[in-house]
Ligand binder design. Structure first.
Ligand SMILES: Nc1ncnc2c1ncn2[C@@H]1O[C@H](COP(=O)(O)OP(=O)(O)OP(=O)(O)O)[C@@H](O)[C@H]1O
Ligand SMILES: [Mg+2]
Length: 597
């Protein structure tokens, strides 16, 4: 065997699952050629093989050196000048059985160690699993495909991490395309896209919902929020304690919910079962209008709102305003204390709340949340929202949150996650839904709404709470999460700890590398030291969805996600538009609405 070209050396020391190999002096070159292919000996993260009869034990190179080295110096088996390898054992193959993680028989001193050739690599990575999908090639051999296991990725969740520009968005596109274009055309993936990057990259595979789109507008009915969450958006309230104003508003909202609960399209609900936080539609514009009337009306009969005293217009009609357009009614000035019209409500406490509410309802940036009059429970209900997201002929649904104001991004992602999780939870036995047709949710730019510790100065932790639930319990109800982030050390630790698979691209920050280090199994910590030197589009994949930790090269996908860097070197050479329409920029700013030209 020593005569084989793949012979590397012999084992001189074994500590637990760690081996030290004395590299043969006969190996003259560190780049031997085996069957016409050039191999590089001692690449960190590469594999070696220890043949033991019909058993082959495999290990990963974690350290390379040549004496003198402090730890090995004491060992007389490493005289000065010898080259050595440190190997971490990872698995074995017996006879014709394929590769398996774990080692049943440990090699010992004087056993031979061989270079792993492409033929062996093929055996290690080969899979006949119906849930395996090829996502790229092994970095060590571009003729060998790298597989991930979809079932494990979805049920044990995953994270794609890497510094900015390391290729995360390209990886997302590549993986989603591999999943949906080949083996799994019926997959259901919801992609949260905060920077409107995926319109073109996933064009043929997805239906995109965006705020300004006329055909597929993104609508997320506000009434899915609990009262406290809603108050946070509407009144910028930070604490949950209810004031007298909150109680008045809650009473009015409940009144509206009671009015619809027995007429709901998705099935009627008894009044007794309705609470202020039940996800039952109500019309917030009408709530504003009703409260406005009660707060400001003058009345002909004391204490009787039905006798509201409106001012008349030129055609002798009452000026009653309009709830749809948020135009307030106009009331006659009050008389003296004994003469009508009388002031209906003397203790006016809601004025500033109603002003804020009107302001939010008029805010164009929030229209996807509040301008949802069709979602009244009778015309449209949550079932229609789910239907539009999940029941179309494309496998991917992109929810483009590009126009969502930063300060409510957390709330919106939380609400989307809550709607999907709760529906999967309660609908878990319904054919074609829940466990029977699982959903993978992909959270791009997750650090901006899933911060470490659950909340931060700008984020209230609403999304973290919903996504944590998906990560902890989603497996049972058929909903999985894939979080994508450039700063794993800024990500919610519960969510990260629930991720069973890590796809780590180039990472330069040591804190971020530590996160991957902690996730690496089998004492393969030293592999994380490769992270800063990975090429763009190259990743180390570890965890449940791969057989063994692998260094993988992902293909560059065309058309690319819309995340390329600006190119001053091109743009500054010649000016294609001499006079840009600056007025449009100002107009859109004032309207708080971008129109594509
Ligand atoms: N697999 C790849 N092979 C070659 N080049 C790549 C690959 N993936 C990405 N790139 C290059 O890197 C650039 C940035 O990629 P990408 O937008 O995916 O990075 P990112 O990690 O998502 O960045 P950000 O954190 O800013 O969102 C791309 O425009 C492309 O030129
Ligand atoms: Mg990106």
């Amino acid at each position: 065997m020593q005569s084989e070209v793949s012979y590397l050396g012999i084992i001189v020391r074994v500590i637990g699952s760690k081996l030290f190999v004395d590299i043969s002096e006969d190996l003259l070159s560190s780049t031997p050629i085996i069957r016409g292919k050039l191999y590089k000996v001692g690449q960190i993260g590469s594999f070696v093989k220890v043949p033991l009869g019909s058993l082959n034990v495999y290990g990963i190179v974690t350290m390379v050196g040549s004496n003198p080295i402090a730890t090995v110096m004491e060992d007389s088996s490493f005289p000065y000048g010898r080259r050595w390898l440190e190997i971490q054992l990872i698995g074995e193959s017996i006879g014709l059985q394929g590769f398996q993680r774990g080692v049943s028989i440990y090699p010992t001193i004087d056993d031979e160690v061989h270079i792993v050739t492409d033929k062996d690599l093929k055996e290690i990575h080969a899979t006949d699993s119906p849930s395996a999908v090829s996502i790229g090639t092994l970095a060590s051999s571009d003729s060998l495909p790298a597989y991930i296991d979809v079932d494990k990725l979805l049920s044990r969740h995953g994270a794609i991490i890497g510094s900015t520009g390391s290729g995360k968005s390209n990886t997302v596109t590549s993986i989603l395309r591999s999943l949906t274009s080949g083996l799994f055309p019926k997959s259901k993936i919801i992609l949260i896209d905060p920077h409107s990057e995926y319109h073109t990259a996933l064009k043929d595979y997805s239906k995109v919902f965006s705020i300004d789109d006329i055909t597929n507008p993104l609508k997320i009915p506000f009434w899915g929020l609990s009262y406290n969450e809603l108050a946070l958006v509407l009144f910028d309230k930070k604490q949950a304690a209810d004031t007298a104003q909150d109680i008045s508003i809650q009473e009015k909202i409940l009144e509206h919910k009671f009015g619809i609960c027995d007429k709901l399209k998705s099935g009627s609900i008894a009044k007794e079962a309705v609470t202020i936080d039940s996800p039952i539609p109500f019309n917030l514009k009408k709530v504003w209008y009703d409260l406005y009337v009660e707060e400001n009306a003058t009345v002909d009969e004391k204490q009787d709102i039905r006798t509201a005293a409106y001012i008349k217009d030129g055609s002798d009609n009452d000026i009653i305003g309009s709830w749809e357009n948020l135009v307030p009614p106009q009331f006659k000035a009050p008389g003296t204390s004994t003469l009508s019209p009388f002031i209906y409500k003397t203790n006016k406490i809601l004025t500033s709340y109603l002003n804020k509410l009107q302001g939010k309802l008029k805010d164009n940036r929030l229209s996807f949340l509040f301008d949802v009059d069709d979602f009244d429970g009778e015309t449209l209900d949550i079932e229609d929202l789910l239907g539009s997201w999940l029941n179309h002929d494309k496998p991917i649904t992109v929810l483009d949150l590009g126009g969502v104001p930063f300060e409510i991004m957390d709330m919106v992602v939380g609400l989307i996650s809550k709607i999907l999780f709760e529906s999967s939870f309660w609908g878990r036995y319904i054919p074609g839904f829940g466990r029977q047709r699982p959903i993978l949710m992909v959270f791009e730019e997750a650090h901006s709404y899933l911060p470490r510790g659950g909340s931060s100065a700008t984020v209230t932790g609403y999304a973290s709470r919903s996504v944590r639930r998906i990560c902890k319990e989603g497996r049972k109800y058929g909903i999985g999460a894939l979080v994508v982030s450039q700063r794993p050390s800024d990500l919610d630790e519960t969510i990260l700890s629930q991720c069973g698979t890590f796809i780590a691209l180039r990472l330069s920050n040591t804190q971020d590398q530590g996160i991957i280090n902690a996730a690496l199994p089998d004492n393969l910590g030293s592999i994380s030291e490769l992270l800063p030197s990975l090429r763009t589009g190259e990743a180390i994949i570890v965890g449940e969805a791969v057989k063994i930790p692998s260094r993988v090269r992902l293909p560059l996908i065309e058309p690319r996600p819309d995340s390329g860097d600006p190119e001053p070197s091109k743009a500054w050479k010649d000016v294609s538009v001499e006079n840009p329409q600056f007025n449009k920029a100002i107009e859109f700013w004032r309207k708080q609405k971008v129109e594509k030209t």
